[in-house]
Design a protein around this ligand. Structure first.
Ligand code: NAG
Ligand code: NAG
Ligand code: NAG
Ligand code: NAG
Ligand code: NAG
Ligand code: NAG
Ligand code: NAG
Ligand code: NAG
Ligand code: NAG
Ligand code: NAG
Ligand code: NAG
Length: 702
C-alpha cells in the first residue's frame, strides 16, 4: 500500500545494549532526520512514523476500547447495511472489522493505525471516527495546487487547478513555495503561477475522476457519494478567524502517504491550448499540535501516549493529579472539536460552562478544516452588519432585497452572544430591507444543538413545527452498561447533575422533563437492526425551549423566501437545522458544485447528539462502573473516538432514524470560473436562479 521503512532504530538500540561491534551498520533513527524541520518530504516523515513497531498489548487494548465504546454509538448495527438511498454508501460491520484487524498482523503501528482509521471512515459518518494524534495531521501533506470542479460555458464539466491556487499557496506556504517552483520541470520551472486555472486532463495518467472517486472511498464523514466527491476539491467557509479556505483532499492530506502527483493540464490563457505533463512532489509540514522531538523516543513520548484529555475521569474525585486541576468535560469536547476545527475553538469551548448545558452535535475529522485564508479579493467586500459575530456574518446583497447569513459553524466562543447575534443580525437585515434570506452553510460541521433549534424557530416563527420542538426527537442507545450508568445515576451517583446520562436535563416524547432520579432506561425499546437485536431508550423530546432569549412570535422571513446554500458538506447540527427547514417548512436547498450526474444531498451526518470516548469514560468512572466487564479500558494511545450518542428520528418516516433518509437538494447550482470560491458571486447566482425578476417571489418551480 505504501513503502515502509525498516524499524532500524529498535534493533539498533538492542545491538548497542548487546555491545555491537564497530562493523555493525550505523543505525538510522528516521525521526532524528526530521526532528528539527518544519518541512520534510512525505517519505522522510513516513520513514519516521512507520518505524514504530506494533505493541501487541497496546493493540489489543486499543481494539478493546474501540469495540466496547461502539456499544454506546447509536448506529453500529445500522451501519452494517444502510437502507436506500445509501445502500451502496454505508455497509461496514465495525465490530466484525475490529475482529479482523485483531487477528491480522500489521508490519508497523502506522499500518495498524491506517487500517483502524480507514475502517471507521468507511461508516461515512462524521460522528463515528477514530483518530490517533501520534499520526493524524501531525504533519499535513500539501501540494500548492488545490483543484476545483467547474462547469464550462457549454455545460461540460472539468477539473481545474483553482484560479486562486497561486494566491492561496503564496499566502499560506510563504518561502516554501520556492521548493515547488524549483521542483517544476523544464520550462514550468519557477512558473507555478502559470498553472492557476489550468484544466486538468489527467491525474497520474488517468481521468481525474478516478482519483476523485478513489478519494471518496477513504475520505469518510458524509454518507452521500456526492459530498465525498466534493471533499477532493477546494472550498471556503467562515471560521471564528474570518473567511477561510480548505485546499481539499487532493492538495491537503492528513497522512504522508503520497510522494508526488503527475498532472496533464491545459494551461489557462495559453495561445495554442498548450498541454503539459509534469510531476510535482507533495511536501509535509509539521503542525502546531505536534510536540517537538529530536528522535523516535521523544517523538513517541510526547505525541503518542495518552494525554490528560484522552480518557475520562471521576467528576467527583478530588484527585486533581489524575485529572488535571482545570479540566472539565467541556474541555474534552472542546479539545476534540478543536482538533477538528482549528485550535482556536478549544479555547472558546473550554471557557464555557459544563458540556451538558449546551449539548453539541459536531462532526469530527482528522484534517483541520481551517488550513488557509480565502484570498482577500474573494472575501465578501459587502459591508457586514454590526450584529455579525464570529462564525455568523450578515450581509446585504447589492439588490437591497436579499440578506445573507454566512454561517460557518453552529458553535462560537460564547453561546449566549452567538444566540443573540443571530436574532439581531436577521432583524438588522430586515430593517435594511431584506425580503429574502440566503443562509450559506458551506462546510458547516455543526455545533450547539440548541442554536440549530433557535435559528429554525426565529426564522420561521411560532408554529407547531417550531414549538416546543424545533429539532428532531431522538433516542440513545441502551446498551447494558449505559443502562447500568443510568441506574447508578438514579440512585444518586451524580448529585450535581453533571452527567450526560442524568435524566434531569432530558424530556420524554411529549417534551415533559424525565425528572430527577428517573431510571429512564429501566424499560427499553428492543428492536432488530440488520438482524441484530438492539436496544434504545424511550423517545426523547426537546430540551432547548424555553430559550434563554425571547424570540419574536412572528417569523422573520417567509419560508418561500429562504434558501439554504452549501457545497453539500453541512453536517450534524447543520443537518438538524437544514432538514427541519427543508422538510417541515419547505425552504429551498441549494448545493453549489459537484458532479452533474451525481445526486447532491444538501446535508449529511445528522446524528442527534455526538460525543466521544473520553466523555463516555467520564460517565463510567463517575458512576463507579469502570470495573464493569463491558467498560472500555483507558486508551493507552493519544486517541479520540467519536460516536453518536443520541440519534434523531426521521421526519418523512418518523419510526426510523433521519440519518439514512433522503436529503436531495432542490437545486444544484454549477460552479464556474466566475463564481468558484467567491461567496458573493455564488449568492448572487442563487438569487438569479431562485428569485430572478422574471420569476416573481413565491413562484419558483424547481
Ligand atoms: C534546530 O535548529 C536550530 C536552528 O534552526 C538550531 O539552532 C538547533 O541547534 C537545532 N537543534 C537540533 C536538535 O538540531
Ligand atoms: C467486540 O465485542 C463483541 C461484543 O459486543 C465481542 O463479541 C467481540 O469478540 C469483541 N471483539 C473484539 C475484537 O474484542
Ligand atoms: C488568465 O487570464 C485571466 C483574465 O485575464 C487572469 O485573471 C488570470 O490570472 C490568467 N491566468 C493565468 C494563469 O495567467
Ligand atoms: C532522544 O531525545 C531526547 C530529548 O529530546 C534525549 O533526552 C534522548 O537522550 C534521546 N534519545 C536517544 C536514544 O538519542
Ligand atoms: C472532595 O472534597 C469535598 C470538599 O472539599 C468533600 O466534601 C468531598 O467529600 C471530597 N470527596 C471525596 C471523594 O473525597
Ligand atoms: C482564516 O482566515 C483569516 C482571514 O480571513 C486568516 O487571518 C486566518 O489566518 C485564516 N486561518 C488559517 C488557519 O489560515
Ligand atoms: C448597530 O447599528 C445600529 C444601526 O444600524 C445601531 O442602532 C446599533 O446600536 C449598532 N449596534 C452596535 C452593537 O454597535
Ligand atoms: C441599494 O441601496 C443603496 C443605498 O441606499 C443605493 O445606493 C443603491 O442604488 C441600491 N441598489 C439598488 C439595486 O436599488
Ligand atoms: C436530584 O436528586 C439527587 C439525589 O438523587 C439530589 O441530591 C439532588 O439535589 C436532586 N436535584 C434536584 C435539582 O432536585
Ligand atoms: C411524559 O411525561 C408526562 C409527565 O410525567 C406524562 O404525562 C406523559 O404521558 C409522558 N409522555 C410519554 C410519551 O410518556
Ligand atoms: C468495582 O469497584 C467497586 C469500587 O469502585 C467495588 O466495590 C467492587 O467490588 C468492584 N467490582 C468488581 C467486580 O471488581
Amino acid at each position: 500500500m505504501f513503502p515502509t521503512a525498516t524499524p532500524l532504530v529498535w534493533s539498533a538500540a538492542a545491538s548497542l545494549v548487546a555491545g555491537a561491534t564497530v562493523t555493525a551498520p550505523i543505525p538510522i533513527d528516521f525521526c532524528e532526520v526530521i526532528g528539527n524541520k518544519t518541512w520534510a518530504s512525505p517519505a522522510e516523515v513516513r520513514a519516521c512514523i512507520s518505524s514504530f513497531p506494533v505493541d501487541p498489548i497496546v493493540k489489543a487494548s486499543v481494539i478493546e476500547t474501540l469495540n466496547k465504546t461502539l456499544a454506546f454509538h447509536t448506529s453500529t448495527n445500522y451501519q452494517i447495511q444502510a437502507p436506500p438511498p445509501f445502500e451502496d454508501d454505508v455497509h461496514v460491520d465495525l465490530v466484525g472489522e475490529l475482529a479482523r484487524i485483531a487477528a491480522e498482523e500489521q508490519s508497523s503501528d502506522l499500518e495498524l493505525h491506517i487500517d483502524l482509521f480507514r475502517t471507521f471512515k468507511r461508516a461515512n459518518d462524521g460522528h463515528c471516527a477514530y483518530i490517533n494524534y501520534c499520526y493524524d495531521s501531525l504533519y499535513l501533506t500539501y501540494l500548492p495546487l488545490p483543484l476545483v470542479l467547474l462547469t464550462e460555458s457549454d455545460g461540460t464539466q472539468g477539473v481545474f487547478i483553482a484560479p486562486e491556487a497561486f494566491a492561496v499557496a503564496t499566502a499560506e506556504f510563504g518561502p516554501e513555495v520556492s521548493f515547488w517552483q524549483d521542483a517544476l520541470p523544464g520550462k514550468l520551472k519557477g512558473r507555478l503561477a502559470s498553472l492557476s486555472g489550468a484544466k486538468v486532463l489527467l491525474i497520474d495518467g488517468a481521468d481525474p475522476f478516478v482519483a476523485v472517486n478513489a478519494n471518496s472511498e477513504i475520505t469518510g464523514s458524509y454518507q452521500a457519494f456526492g459530498a465525498r466527491q466534493n471533499a477532493f476539491f477546494a472550498s471556503y467557509f467562515v471560521s471564528d478567524a474570518g473567511w477561510n479556505y480548505t485546499l481539499g483532499n487532493f492538495a491537503q492530506q492528513s497522512l504522508p502517504l503520497v510522494d508526488a502527483a503527475t498532472l496533464t493540464v491545459q494551461l489557462a490563457n495559453a495561445t495554442k491550448n498548450e498541454i503539459v505533463t509534469f510531476t510535482i512532489p507533495y511536501r509535509s509540514r509539521i503542525s502546531s499540535i505536534l510536540r517537538s522531538f529530536t528522535n523516535s523516543t521523544s517523538y513517541r513520548e510526547r505525541n503518542c501516549r495518552a494525554s490528560i484529555f484522552t480518557n475520562g475521569y471521576d467528576l467527583y474525585s478530588n484527585d486533581t493529579s489524575a485529572t488535571g486541576a482545570e479540566r472539565t468535560p467541556l474541555m474534552d469536547a472542546g479539545f476534540s472539536a478543536s482538533r477538528a476545527y482549528g485550535t482556536s475553538e478549544l479555547a472558546f469551548l473550554a471557557s464555557g460552562p459544563r458540556q451538558n448545558e449546551h449539548p453539541l452535535n459536531l462532526a469530527l475529522d482528522a484534517l483541520p478544516l481551517a488550513d488557509a485564508a480565502l484570498p482577500p479579493y474573494l472575501r465578501p467586500a459587502l459591508p457586514a452588519s454590526n450584529a455579525s459575530y464570529s462564525v455568523a456574518q450578515f450581509h446585504m446583497l447589492a439588490d437591497n432585497m436579499t440578506g445573507v447569513l454566512a454561517l460557518g459553524s453552529f458553535a462560537a466562543p460564547s453561546f449566549s452572544v452567538f444566540q443573540q447575534s443571530l436574532l439581531d443580525g436577521l432583524v438588522d437585515l430586515k430593517k435594511k430591507g431584506a425580503k429574502r434570506l440566503v443562509v450559506d452553510v458551506t462546510n458547516n460541521g455543526g455545533g450547539y444543538i440548541c442554536i440549530a433549534h433557535w435559528l429554525h424557530r426565529i426564522i420561521i416563527g411560532a408554529r407547531d413545527t417550531t414549538e416546543p420542538q424545533a429539532g428532531l426527537d431522538s433516542t440513545a442507545r441502551a446498551s447494558p452498561l449505559a443502562r447500568a450508568i443510568v441506574h447508578r445515576v438514579s440512585k444518586g451517583a451524580d448529585p450535581e447533575e453533571l452527567l450526560l446520562y442524568n435524566p434531569a436535563q432530558w424530556t420524554n416524547a411529549t417534551h415533559h422533563p424525565l425528572g430527577n432520579g428517573t431510571d429512564w432506561m429501566k424499560k427499553v425499546e428492543t428492536i432488530e437492526v440488520n438482524g441484530y437485536e438492539d436496544a434504545f431508550s424511550q423517545r426523547l423530546g426537546q430540551e432547548c425551549q424555553p430559550f434563554s432569549v425571547k424570540p419574536t412570535k412572528k417569523g422573520l422571513f417567509k419560508a418561500k423566501n429562504v434558501a439554504i446554500v452549501s457545497n453539500g458538506r453541512c453536517a450534524s447540527s447543520c443537518s438538524l437545522f437544514s432538514i427541519t427547514m427543508s422538510k417541515l417548512e419547505g425552504v429551498k436547498t441549494v448545493v453549489v458544485g459537484g458532479k452533474a450526474d451525481v445526486p447532491q444531498q444538501y446535508c449529511g451526518t445528522v446524528g442527534g447528539q455526538s460525543t466521544n470516548f473520553a466523555t463516555i469514560d467520564t460517565e463510567i468512572k463517575t458512576s463507579g462502573l469502570k470495573n464493569h466487564t463491558l467498560a472500555p479500558p483507558d486508551f493507552l494511545t493519544n486517541s479520540v473516538q467519536g460516536i453518536t450518542w443520541r440519534l434523531g428520528y426521521g421526519l418523512d418516516d418518523d419510526t426510523e432514524p433521519e440519518e439514512w433518509q433522503d436529503h436531495p437538494a432542490d437545486l444544484n447550482l454549477p460552479l464556474t470560473i466566475h463564481n468558484v470560491n467567491n461567496p458573493v458571486a455564488i449568492w448572487e447566482d442563487v438569487v438569479d436562479v431562485l428569485w430572478s425578476d422574471a420569476q416573481p417571489l413565491f413562484q419558483v418551480q424547481l
